[in-house]
Design a protein around this ligand. Structure first.
Ligand SMILES: NC(=O)c1ccc[n+]([C@@H]2O[C@H](COP(=O)([O-])OP(=O)(O)OC[C@H]3O[C@@H](n4cnc5c(N)ncnc54)[C@H](OP(=O)(O)O)[C@@H]3O)[C@@H](O)[C@H]2O)c1
Length: 307
C-alpha cells in the first residue's frame, strides 16, 4: 500500500510502498479516506520523544484518521466491514497517512454521520485532548471561567466549543486575524497575544488550558483564583509555581479512547461541536502539509485526503 514514511529520525518524508498491516484478534483494518496532522507528528519524527515513543523504521507518519473498516479481528464484536469510523490509534499501531491503518476496536468510534471523512479526520487527537483536559483533568463546570491559550489552533478550536457547551465563560488568546473565528466558536473574550498582555485582561479564573508552555505557562498562574487549576499539554514544570500561587497544576499526554470519541460524536451530530479545517492536501503533497503545520499558524486542522 502507499504510505507517507520516514526511514530514520529527522529524515525527509517519502511516499513509498509498504506492506498492508494485518489486524490481530482485537483490532480492525481501516481503509483510510482522510488523515489529519498534529504537532506531535513532527516532534516524534525529530526524535524528541525517543524515550517515551520509540519508533521502528520505516515509520508510517500520522495519527488521526477517518475511513471505512475493511477487516475485523476475531474478538471484535459490534463492528463490521463497511462501517465508517474515526480514530486516534495508539502509538504502536499508528500510521494514518497510508491507504490502510490498524486500530484497536476500543480506540475507534463510528464516524459522525454529518461529517465528511476529511472533517471527521480533523477531530480525534485534538478533540480527545480538549475533552481530557477540560473534563478529566480540570473538571470544568458551568459558570466557571476558563482561559484557553491558542484558541485558534487544532486543540483550541475544539476546546472553546466544548467549554461553551459545558457552560463556562471562555477567554482565549490568538492573533487579531483569528478573532472572528474564535468568537464564532463561542469565545466570550478574545485577547490578541501580539498586542495585549493576557494578565491585564483576565483575573480570578478557575481554569487555564495552556498549549504553549514556557513563559506563557509561567505567567498564566497569576490569572487563577486560589484553588484553580492550570492544565498544560505542553509545559511539564509547573508544580513549584502552582504551590507558590496556591493553585493546582496538571500536565498530561492524551490517550486514545473510542468511548470519548463516541461521546464527542454525539455533540458533533447535534451541531454543538463543529470541525475547523485550516487547509487540505493530497497524500503526494504531505511535505507541504507538514510545512504548513510547522509554521505554527494553522487556524484549525490540516487534513490530508487519502482516498
Ligand atoms: N500533551 C498532549 O497530549 C498534547 C495533545 C495535543 C497537542 N499538544 C501540544 O499542544 C500544542 C497545540 O497543539 P495544536 O494542535 O492546537 O497546535 P496548532 O494547531 O499548530 O496551533 C496553532 C495555533 O496556535 C496559535 N498561536 C501560536 N502562538 C501563539 C501564542 N503565543 N499565543 C496564542 N496563540 C498562539 C496560532 O495562532 P496565530 O496564527 O494567530 O498566531 C495558531 O492558530 C502543541 O505544542 C502540541 O504539541 C499536546
Amino acid at each position: 500500500m502507499k504510505a507517507a514514511i520516514i526511514k530514520n529520525y529527522a529524515a525527509d518524508i517519502e511516499i513509498s510502498e509498504v506492506p498492508k498491516p494485518v489486524p490481530d484478534a482485537d483490532s480492525v483494518l481501516v481503509q483510510v479516506h482522510a488523515a489529519s496532522l498534529n504537532p506531535i507528528d513532527n516532534i516524534v519524527r525529530a526524535g524528541h520523544m525517543k524515550d517515551i515513543i520509540p519508533l521502528s523504521f520505516p515509520h508510517v507518519m500520522g495519527y488521526d484518521l477517518s475511513g471505512v473498516i475493511s477487516k475485523v479481528g476475531t474478538n471484535v464484536s459490534g463492528l463490521k466491514p463497511g462501517d465508517a469510523v474515526y480514530a486516534r490509534p495508539n502509538q504502536t499501531d499508528a500510521g494514518s497517512l497510508a491507504e490502510f491503518a490498524l486500530v484497536q476496536a476500543d480506540e475507534l468510534a463510528l464516524k459522525p454521520t454529518g461529517l465528511s471523512h476529511a472533517e471527521a479526520a480533523s477531530i480525534p487527537l485534538a478533540g480527545l485532548t480538549a475533552w481530557q483536559a477540560l473534563i478529566d483533568k480540570a473538571g470544568l463546570k458551568a459558570g466557571q471561567k476558563i482561559l484557553i491559550h491558542a484558541g485558534s489552533g487544532g486543540v483550541g478550536t475544539l476546546a472553546i466549543q466544548l467549554a461553551k457547551h459545558i457552560g463556562a465563560h471562555v477567554a482565549t488568546t490568538t492573533s487579531a486575524s483569528n478573532a472572528d473565528l474564535v468568537r464564532s466558536l463561542g469565545a466570550d473574550e478574545v485577547i490578541d497575544y501580539k498586542t495585549q498582555t493576557f494578565e491585564d485582561v483576565v483575573s480570578d479564573y478557575d481554569v487555564v488550558l495552556d498549549m504553549l508552555g514556557g513563559d506563557t505557562m509561567k505567567r498564566s498562574f497569576a490569572v487563577l483564583k486560589k484553588g484553580g487549576i492550570l492544565v498544560s499539554i505542553k509545559g511539564q514544570d509547573g508544580d513549584n509555581l502552582a504551590e507558590k500561587h496556591g493553585v493546582r497544576f496538571a500536565w498530561f499526554l492524551m490517550s486514545p479512547s473510542g468511548e470519548q470519541l463516541r461521546q464527542l460524536g454525539v455533540l458533533i451530530d447535534k451541531g454543538i461541536v463543529k470541525p475547523v479545517i485550516d487547509s487540505s492536501f493530497e497524500l503526494d503533497e504531505v511535505s507541504q502539509a507538514y510545512d504548513r503545520l510547522a509554521d505554527g499558524h494553522a487556524a484549525g486542522k490540516i487534513v490530508v485526503a487519502i482516498r
